[in-house]
Design a protein around this ligand. Structure first.
Ligand SMILES: Nc1ncnc2c1ncn2[C@@H]1O[C@H](COP(=O)(O)OP(=O)(O)OP(=O)(O)O)[C@@H](O)[C@H]1O
Length: 275
């Protein structure tokens, strides 16, 4: 989406949102309550029409969506197997494979209302994955799940991304946990207030102002080595000995942060964006 905004009930809910998700990329939206994360997702999925700007999706894009919560009538005797096939035809073996991928194949015959919070999330993710989505959208998938469970959920999302090569858009409040599995973070507060790799964003003043004490100080998620360093004259020395004028990473090249990109370019090499 380009410069997308939504105006409703006399105010802008979000404005000026630039967001693109590449196949195989995990993008996470973080931001305080009411900052427009769900609204951004609705715009992206076409559930809301932008009041300004553009939103475009690939034609016939298969989107797997994991909603924030599911209202199930607790009196309804709905089994997991039935729930998985409620809205679309799915062979038994595909259903079991999807449940197996998220570690809940043993619950196929269990009633939905008996599931724990973590099991419910895994069933919802399995249902989204059974579509073989090209884009997987998850609204707080580890909500109400303890820390070990949340880490496991983010790990299985990363594994699914690897297997399917799908793009992933996550909404999350688990700043520390989700960041280890994220290529790029957008911090929202009605607009995109900062953006970049998790390491870069966690150090940005705008992010730290928004999240205050909640913000992890210096993330322990340095998954990749710095592969280049900035020479005193501003040029960039790469690990293979070549020298270029700029680091030319995504986060350094395309936008308007008032930060010095030299400090914020840790790991775009993984995403194939360097040079
Ligand atoms: N259809 C709508 N009409 C008017 N206002 C809306 C509508 N949908 C959401 N809002 C308002 O827009 C703002 C952003 O809401 P949104 O749900 O996108 O935030 P969020 O970042 O997802 O919040 P949370 O973390 O609490 O889920 C809120 O103030 C909300 O009350």
């Amino acid at each position: 989406m380009r410069r997308a905004g939504l105006y409703a009930n006399g105010r802008w809910l979000v404005r000026g949102i630039d967001l693109a998700i590449a196949p195989g990329e995990i993008v996470t939206l973080v931001g305080p309550n009411g900052s427009g994360k769900s609204t951004t997702v609705k715009l992206l999925l076409g559930l809301e029409r932008p009041s300004e700007g553009q939103v475009a999706r690939a034609r016939d894009l298969r989107v797997g969506y994991v909603p924030q919560r599911l209202a199930i009538d607790s009196n309804l005797p709905l089994k997991v197997a039935r729930f998985m096939r409620l809205t679309r035809a799915l062979s038994h073996s595909d259903m079991v494979a999807a449940l197996d991928e998220t570690g809940v194949a043993h619950l196929t015959e269990a009633p939905m209302r008996a599931l724990s919070g973590g099991e419910m999330q895994r069933v919802l993710i399995a249902r989204a994955l059974s579509l073989k989505p090209q884009l997987l959208v998850l609204d707080e998938p580890a909500q109400g799940v303890d820390m070990a469970g949340a880490i496991a959920i983010y790990d299985l999302i990363a594994a699914a991304r690897q297997r399917l090569g799908c793009g992933v858009l996550l909404i999350s409040h688990d700043l520390h946990l989700v960041m280890a599995q994220t290529d790029r973070v957008l911090c929202l507060n009605g607009h995109v207030c900062c953006e970049g790799t998790p390491e870069a964003v966690s150090e940005m003043p705008a992010y730290r102002t928004l999240f205050g004490g909640e913000a992890p100080s210096g993330l322990a998620v340095y998954r990749h080595q710095h592969d280049h360093r900035h020479l005193p004259d501003g040029r960039v020395l790469h690990s293979d000995g070549t020298v270029t004028q700029t680091c030319d990473t995504h986060e350094c090249s395309h936008h308007h942060h008032d930060h010095d990109c030299a400090h914020h370019h840790a790991d775009d090499q993984q995403a194939g964006k360097v040079r």
